[in-house]
Write a protein that binds this ligand. Structure first.
Ligand code: SF4
Length: 236
């Protein structure tokens, strides 16, 4: 499969725009109906706040602003940067939440099984485990996915009031729209930034730098945030 960083940027923007159009056409009542049917209730097991359960927590720009005000040390560049230039510097579309150095890879803000910033928790944390995007299943069939980790956490079949499931559906759709929009804006930015600074993506250097990172060397990652790039130095 072609690494995503090798697909021309205009094609990627077109694909994401098409994805966003599909998302916007998805009837809110349908998602609300699915949410109501599942009847999920959080039991505060905190599984979803660990890396064992979720690879990483990607942050929208507005969430980054919240985290910066609470504890900037909780931020790290999202994994799998999209580009690496000829000088070995990576570029990624946003930040993720740092994890603690424990066996489960607990979220930076998880303390004794509770979220330390629950009242200001971030957009993805508010809507999780609901989602609304298309991805391949285990057979490779691409379809809409509306729920993450069915039967692996929480309780099911509880009665959700109509207005609650409708609110959850709206918030979920709004998050997915904001996520795709952030990705599109990042790619549009990079489309100008690379030629404007005599830079280009070099896959061989990307792979070499990733190997260095895996071995424990420091790398530089420029993170897209609020229309600009912020430079971070990170080590595994
Ligand atoms: S910010 Fe809070 S709710 Fe979100 S993953 Fe971390 S501990 Fe869990």
């Amino acid at each position: 499969m072609t690494p995503v960083s090798l697909i021309p940027i205009p094609l990627r923007i077109a694909a994401l725009t098409q994805e966003r159009n599909r998302l916007l056409e998805y009837p809110i009542e349908r998602l609300s109906g699915i949410i109501k049917e599942i009847g999920f209730r959080c039991t505060s097991c905190a599984k979803c706040c660990t890396q064992v359960f979720n690879g990483h927590v990607f942050l929208l720009d507005r969430d980054v602003t919240v985290v910066k005000a609470i504890d900037p040390a909780a931020l790290e560049p999202a994994p799998a940067p999209e580009f690496c230039d000829q000088n070995g510097i990576f570029y990624v579309s946003g930040y993720a939440l740092r994890t603690q150095d424990d066996n489960d890879g607990s979220c930076w803000f998880l303390e004794n099984g509770r979220c330390r910033i629950y009242n200001s928790r971030l957009t993805i944390c508010r809507i999780y485990p609901y989602m609304l995007h298309r991805e391949p299943d285990e057979n490779g069939d691409v379809d809409w996915r509306q729920f993450s980790g069915l039967d692996q956490h929480g309780e099911y079949g509880t009665l959700l009031p109509e207005d609650e499931s409708l609110d959850l559906a709206r918030e979920t759709k709004e998050y997915e729209n904001a996520f795709l929009t952030q990705e599109i804006k990042f790619l549009e930015f990079m489309q100008d930034y690379f030629p404007g600074h005599n830079l280009r993506h070099v896959q061989k250097i990307y792979d070499n730098q990733m190997r260095r990172f895996t071995r424990g060397d420091e790398i530089i990652v420029r993170v897209y945030y609020n229309g600009l790039l912020e430079e971070c130095r990170i080590r595994k």
